[in-house]
Each structure stands twice: as structure tokens, then as C-alpha cells.
Design a binder for this molecule. Structure first.
Ligand SMILES: Cc1cc2nc3c(=O)[nH]c(=O)nc-3n(C[C@H](O)[C@H](O)[C@H](O)COP(=O)(O)OP(=O)(O)OC[C@H]3O[C@@H](n4cnc5c(N)ncnc54)[C@H](O)[C@@H]3O)c2cc1C
Length: 335
């Protein structure tokens, strides 16, 4: 077992390194980690398939290697040993803040082994590992008649990563931001100690992580309050693709919800560039946790604008993953 004495020796040892590239991650970390922990070097053939890759290469951090802890104790040891070079936790790699580019030659604490999902339906608690994605939780929750707020559906985004920045998504009108459902977390601090953080335990830290969480520690597990499925978990999804010339009408339709938007409705709009037509386009995604009759008056505001394509489905909450934002399940219908 790795003792505190060993840790104290390890810190000055690593700090004295002249160059991050000379750090031998296997020699330095492996003896102190559980047998399930993995170290993957960029020189490895499997680096891009086994270590979580970033969603964008813009302002990306660079790493001397990824360490995938298997236990909470592994996370503690990595943090204690890694005084220098810097380290960064990776959940699903969907972060795109400007600061990431300043993290160079770092150790990637890749949380991909923290992937379990557990539901206590009786007590309305969902427990997820630090790298669980939205897609991992839809079906298990739906199967027991529950839901929690998540991000927008097609994003393969991560539950904890999104939570740390508040977390916006289609169930926001009914249940608030994702942080509003956060019940408690297990968090490894910069000193390498793991604490429970909730309204009653370390409440100041609980306040801090709900919005600026990525700065305060590494979350290995998070517990969320769950809710009974709205409309039995059946959802209206509609997508509208508009030419840029329709933008005034589209934004007027969106603005018509300024005074009142039903709690069951989530709207998002994307602006992008169509490489084929070489024109800007707008996509409106409409998600309504109710039936079509209830949704129709709100759908009509977008149907009445001259669209290029549209699609409409009444699907289960987990199926949104494939349909919304003209997802892969919706595309055949467009052909
Ligand atoms: C295509 C796309 C769609 C998105 N859609 C939505 C959406 O619908 N709703 C929404 O709210 N947000 C959305 N986001 C924003 C996204 O939630 C944030 O960028 C979030 O930070 C991504 O977390 P990640 O773990 O995937 O990213 P990472 O790059 O892995 O991490 C981002 C930051 O969070 C830290 N972090 C990640 N996991 C942990 C952890 N377990 N413990 C401690 N720190 C951690 C990392 O260290 C890093 O600082 C979207 C982003 C993209 C790129």
C-alpha cells in the first residue's frame, strides 16, 4: 500500500524534473495505483482510441500521457504525486474554454473508468461516475419511470462536466438547471483528500462547485435527485431547418416565448454553415414533454415560417438521442 511517507518523497522528486517529457509515468505512478488503473502514453498505438479525445482541437491542452484511475484512492494518489507537471481531469472532452490551451505537457486524469450508473428509485437518487454521459442514463431512468434534467440530447456530453457549469437542457423548465438536482458528490481536493460534498457536508464547497465546479476538485461520483417521468417519458421532438434569409422570422418566433414559455417546452437554435450549399443555416430543435395536441400551438409558430426541412416524432425520452437535431434516426426520413 502506498504510504503517506512515500507521497511526501514523491512530490519533491517530481518537482525536480527538468522537463515534463522526461517524466516516466509508468515508473512514477504505477507502483502506487490499483491493478485496474491504466497509463496510456501518446506514443501508444491505442492512445486515440483508449484515452478520451477532445471534441475540438481548438485551444486544446497537450499531455505527456493519460492516467485512467480505477478507484477513488487512485485519484487521490495521482493528485498527491503530480505536483509538476500540471494535471487536468477529463470527463468527456467537451470543454472548449480558452484556458485549456494554457495547459501544456500535462497529465490527463482520464475518468473514463468512472462509468457506472445506479438508481435508487424508491428514494429518488441517481448515482453516476465522473465520466457518465447523458446517453448512459436515459434508458435506465426511463425504465424505472424517472427523469433528471440533462443537456441537449444529441450532445454526447457528460453529466458531471455539464453539471459543473450549471447544465442547461430541455427539462430545465420543469426541474431547473442540472445543478438544481445535484444532491451530493465525492470530490478529491488539491491536497489529494476525498470528501463528501452536499448541503450538509462541506456546504461551502457544495455552493462553489455548482457553477464553477471544475476549479475545486475531481468529482468521482455524483448523486442527483430524480423525478417521476413527465408524460410517461413520451416526448414530441421537432426540428426545423431554415435558410439564413428566414432569420428575422425565426428570431421573432423565438422571441414570442419571452413572456411565456410552457415548462414542458425546451427550444434551442443553432447557426451553422452548410458546406454543400455554401450558405448559413439555422436549425431550431423543439422538445415538448407532452403530446402533439398540447404541443401544436407552439409548433405552429415554427411551421408557419418557410423551412427547408422539418421532421416531427413522438418518441420515448431515450429515443430523443437518435432523433433530435436531425439525428441519425431522423436522417433517413429526410432523404
Ligand atoms: C457539442 C457540445 C454540446 C454541448 N451541449 C451542452 C448542453 O446541452 N448543456 C450544457 O449544459 N452544456 C453543454 N455543453 C457544454 C459542456 O457541458 C461543457 O463544455 C462541459 O464542461 C463539458 O464537460 P466534459 O466533461 O465533456 O469536458 P472536459 O473537457 O472533459 O472537461 C471540462 C472541464 O470540466 C472538468 N471536469 C470534467 N469532469 C470532471 C469531474 N468529474 N470532476 C472535476 N472536473 C471535471 C475538466 O477538468 C475541465 O476543466 C456542450 C458542449 C459541446 C462541445
Amino acid at each position: 500500500m502506498f504510504s503517506r511517507t512515500t507521497t511526501i518523497f514523491a512530490l519533491p522528486f517530481l518537482s525536480a524534473m527538468v522537463s515534463a517529457s522526461q517524466v516516466n509515468l509508468n515508473a512514477l505512478f504505477k507502483p502506487h495505483l490499483s491493478s485496474g488503473a491504466r497509463i496510456i502514453l501518446p506514443s501508444s498505438q491505442n492512445y486515440t482510441t483508449q484515452a478520451i479525445q477532445r471534441w475540438t482541437v481548438w485551444e486544446e491542452p497537450t499531455y505527456i500521457g493519460a492516467i485512467q484511475p480505477a478507484t477513488e484512492e487512485d485519484v487521490e494518489q495521482i493528485v498527491k504525486i503530480a505536483a509538476k507537471p500540471p494535471f487536468l481531469a477529463t470527463g468527456a472532452g467537451h470543454g472548449f474554454g480558452l484556458g485549456f490551451g494554457q495547459v501544456q505537457n500535462a497529465i490527463d486524469i482520464d475518468l473514463s473508468q468512472f462509468k457506472s450508473v445506479a438508481i435508487d428509485a424508491e428514494n429518488n437518487i441517481l448515482t453516476v461516475g465522473g465520466s457518465v454521459t447523458f446517453s448512459d442514463i436515459f434508458q435506465p431512468l426511463y425504465d424505472v419511470g424517472k427523469e433528471v434534467p440533462t443537456g441537449n440530447i444529441p450532445c454526447i456530453g457528460i453529466m458531471v462536466g455539464a453539471t459543473l457549469g450549471a447544465g442547461v437542457g430541455p427539462l430545465q423548465g420543469l426541474h431547473g438547471f442540472i445543478i438544481d438536482s445535484l444532491h451530493s458528490v465525492r470530490l478529491t481536493t488539491a491536497s489529494g483528500d476525498t470528501v463528501t460534498v452536499s448541503k450538509t457536508e462541506n456546504p461551502d464547497l457544495f455552493w462553489a462547485i455548482r457553477g464553477a465546479g471544475a476549479n475545486f476538485g475531481i468529482i468521482t461520483w455524483a448523486n442527483y435527485t430524480t423525478y417521476d417521468s413527465t408524460n410517461g417519458g413520451q416526448v414530441i421532438n421537432a426540428d426545423f431547418l431554415y435558410a439564413a434569409s428566414a432569420n428575422t422570422s425565426v428570431f421573432e418566433a423565438l422571441a414570442s416565448f419571452d413572456e411565456y414559455i410552457p415548462s414542458e417546452l425546451g427550444l434551442s437554435v443553432e447557426m451553422s454553415f452548410n458546406q454543400t450549399s455554401k450558405e448559413a443555416i439555422l436549425v431550431v430543435n423543439f422538445i415538448f414533454f407532452g403530446n402533439q395536441t398540447e404541443a401544436q400551438p407552439y409548433l405552429d409558430r415554427f411551421n408557419s415560417i418557410d423551412y427547408l426541412f422539418t421532421d416531427l416524432q413522438y418518441v420515448s425520452w431515450p429515443e430523443l438521442d437518435g432523433f433530435s437535431d436531425f439525428g441519425p434516426m431522423a436522417l433517413p426520413a429526410l432523404k
